[in-house]
Each structure stands twice: as C-alpha cells, then as structure tokens.
Ligand binder design. Sequence first.
Ligand SMILES: [Zn+2]
Length: 609
Amino acid sequence: MSQRTFYYNITFVLHLVSLSLVAGSATAVAAAADQVLYNANVYTVNEKQPWAQAIAIRKGKIVFVGSDAGARGYVNEHTQVRDMQKRLIMPGFQDAHVHPMEGMSLGSFMGCDLLPLRQESNDPEDWIEGLKACNEIDFPHDWILGGGHDNGDLETLERLPRELLDEVFPDKPAAFMEKSSHSMWVNSKALERLGINSASANPQGGKFFKDPVTGQLTGVLSDSAGDELMHKALAKTAKLQEARFDAVLGAQALMASYGITSAANARVYWTRGNLEPWQRAEREGGLKIRNVMSLWVYPHLEDEYQLQQLKNMYREDPSSLLRVTQVKFYSDGVPDLNSAAVLKPYGHLIHPDADPTGGNYFTESRLARYLAELQKVGFGGIIHAIGDRGAHEALNAIEQAQRAMGDLGVNTPRHYVTHVNWVSAQDIPRFKQLNVPADSQVNYLEYEDYVNGYGNYYEPYSRDTADEPMSRLLINNESDTMAMPDIISTGARLVISSDWDVAELNPLFSIQNATQEYQGARVDGRILTERELLALAVKAYTYNAAYALRHEQYTGSLEVGKFADLVVLDRNIFEVAIPTIRDTNVLLTMVGGKPVYRSPGFRMQRGRL
Ligand SMILES: [Zn+2]
C-alpha cells in the first residue's frame, strides 16, 4: 500500500468515527494541523518527493508534504496558515561534529584571545603588551587561559616559549590553546601546578616538549598532555559551572541562528563536569535544538573504570533535546605536531622527541575493544583520524566492532570517522564496504576572508601546499591527502560538519565550498556537476548527518511522521550563483514545529488557503 493510499484509508476511517460521534458535524477535519506553511519552495531531501509547495505540522510533527491544494484538507479554524511567498524551506542542518562549549568559551573562561594579536604580528615577542591586558580579565577560575596561536609561531622564538609567558605572567599559571586545539603553550607556574618537571614521563598520546640541548621543558604540551593540563585548570567549580551553563545557552542560540537543528557535541569532558550544564539546560527548558552528547574517552583513564562510567551516562530518547548516545575518540593527532599517525615516516620532525610515524591517543586494539564494549549499551563512536594510518586503524577497529555487534535492533550504533581526507588507496573503498559515514570538513577560508572577519583560517593538509614545512612533512607519503572525491565515488555516505570552533560554523559556507572541494566525484562513473554536488552537500548536512546521529527516522528530511525541524532561507540556494550561497541568511529555524530562531524583521505572513 502506498503512503498516499494509506493516508486516504486512515482519514476515511477517522471520518466515519467522527461522523458517528458528532452526528451532523460534516465540517470536522480528521487531522487538522496546528500550522500550514504554503506557497513555498519546499526542498525535502526525500528522493521520492524532492520538491513540494506546502507542509502541514501537528504537535511538532509533519503530517503533510505536498501541494497547496492538498494542504487545504489540514486547515480548520485553529490552524495557523502562513503564506511563505515562495521562500525556500529545507530540513534543518545537522552538525555531526561541533564544539559548542569551546566555541563560546573564548568570551568567558578562556578569554585571553591571541587572534587579534596574531593579526598584528606573527612574532609572539610582539604580543607581550597585549598579553599583559589579560591580567585584567575576570576569569571564573584562577588561571590565565586563552588561545588562538599556531604552534609554528613559537618555533621562531629565540628563547623557550615558556620564558616569554613567565615574563608576562610571573605569578599566575597561564595556558594557551593552539587554534587546532592539539597543543598548549604554558608558563612555569602552570607546569608547577601540574607537577610536571623535566624528568616527567610523557602520557599516552601526548608529549611534554623539551629543549634538545638542555633537556628543559619548553612550555609546549602536545595532544593529550595538553588535555591533562586543561582537566586541572578547568576542574569543576560553582563559578565555572555557571559560565559553562551560559556557554551552553549561548551556543544554542547561535547554532539556531545558522539553521542548525541538531548537533553532535563532539568532545564532552565529563570528568571536568561538562555534561551537567547540558542536563541543567534541559531541565530548565534552555535547550533549543537537538543535542547529541559525544562523551570524550580519555586515553589516560583505566579501561574498566572508564567503560563503566561511560555506560552509566548513556541515555537515549530520540524525541528529547538531549541524548547521551555517542563517545568521541582520537585515533591520532595533527601533522604539524608530527602526531597524526602516518603509514610512511614524516619527512621532517618538528622535534627530536617526535615519533616518525606519529602518535596514537588510542591504539587500534584498544579502540576496537572500547567500541565493542560501548556499543553493547548503544553508544556510537566518532573517531578523529587525520593521518592515513589513523584512518586505517579507525576503519580496522570499526570493522572488528561490527563483527562483534550482533543484533542491537534500533540501538544499533553508527560509528563514524571524522576529518576524513588523508586516506591510503586500500582504505578508500572501505567506507562504503563497512557502511561507515565519512565525516569531512570543507570550511577553511581563503586568507582574505579570514582577515575580513569571516572566522578562523586553516588549510587542508597537502603536499602541494605553498606552506613549505607541510610539504616537507608529507614528502614520503603516497596516500591521497584530498581523498574525499574518490571516497564519494565509491558510493560511501558523505557527511559534512563544521568542527567549529576550529573552523567556520555556518553550514551554508561548507555547502558552498563542497561544490568546489569535491569536484571530480563520480556517480556510476560520471563526474557530478556543480549543481549535483550542491544537492549532495545538502544531503550530507541533513539526512546523512541524521543517519550518523542515529535519528534519521525522526528528522533529517521533510517527510510525514518526522519532526518539523526546518529552516526558511532568504533565497533559493539551488537557483543563485554558487559563490553567493554562503551569504544566504536564515530567516527562521524550527525544531519540532517551534520557532527557535527568527531573523530580525522577518515575520511570516498570515494567509488563506
Ligand atoms: Zn573537533
């Protein structure tokens, strides 16, 4: 039976029921909607019915998608009828990898912002006066915390990076997060607080960098070594929890303003108390969008203890705005620090302590064991993999976990790999083979855009780059550093996410960029046009992301029975010039039929059907 026939049968039966109950009330509408939006261009991301004119919503769910005439049957005297004046309505965007709390924290608990200083000069010696101003910031903790530099900036210093910070902050612990979030630049007081000295052993997945001549700590802590510092500095206090709560609320409003209706918070530091502000926001009605918590899995914690703690936090209710259904792992780090795991040794080591083939936060076997154990309760894993060995090991671990999965019914997890780009030829077909979503980012900016205030700036890793140190790093490596078009060509499930605050949050910016970055991708051997890539990118940021978040039965496309999670845009992105897509404005964002963002000055017009 088709959906349509089914619908008519049901309404017929309901009509009979209502007629027998309310004799003579022939005007009774069986399934009147609370709202009907009509005279719109509705792009559904449902291949069976890509476009429609109208959509009807009842109790937060979609009850009709189709023509204006068809929507008439859903109107009664209580229905709000809105004339959308041909605006584009689409499913809300779903960000499968974003850092909302970190994104809001530069303004509060990590408020010493290096970005403006860096725009003036790349030499940290020139930042001293600017840094001194950070002594005046009222932090909700007793550290000086900030970020925004690049580790390369510190390599030009003629003294130890730590000594520069000691000059500015002699009495207080100070720490700055590199813009990739993979290293920390700290002063001597911070090292003292951590109990680290030049004899301390490196933690799993991280390094305390030392001067190769004197053996003294330089004040750069890479990867998990930097995380351990942050766990100390940002350990839970009442004041900090208040600041975090404000960050959660601020991030909800910001994401809604970009049309984001679901987001995977891809690194919840639960030992620092980062989950509680979300739970409080849910209790107090402060959540606007659907939030999936991806609990951070700590490389340094003991396995049995950590697995039990994580399992205790699992919580699944697909209709709630807070689901605790994911765990986040780092397989490896980043190439700039020689910490991305690579199949062939780096052509250049940034430091004598660096491992020539990169590091592992989690080894393949430990990763496989965690996935197999955590999927039993329903957790899906997001695995950060940047190097080609990182991707290889992540896929191996997922393959092993899938073999152990058995039948978990609706709770079958969706493990996925994020940052996918640098992948060896043998691993390119495996995303499709294993049905692993390939979650990628394309929201780095041209330098001019960055200085014009469009957001952060980073470059994809490429041996062809003008960035000389990067091409030296990758000189031995044969894997494709721009593998996504080939991965798409295998028919793998493409997901696009922001990784904000590492890069730009705006989904439309990524969707525009994907039409350039994924050129060459094929379907059935035929190269996709720019317009086809656009449709693919929209699907990647809606339905496919919903699949990765395991709630595609409820959201991700505009179909009867799903939540009315949608955006209204100020232009039809399928008709405008592609380079202008990123300038599209979101007029309205709805989650479960409720407006959670409305652009200033936009009002929906009352209409009649
Ligand atoms: Zn990230």
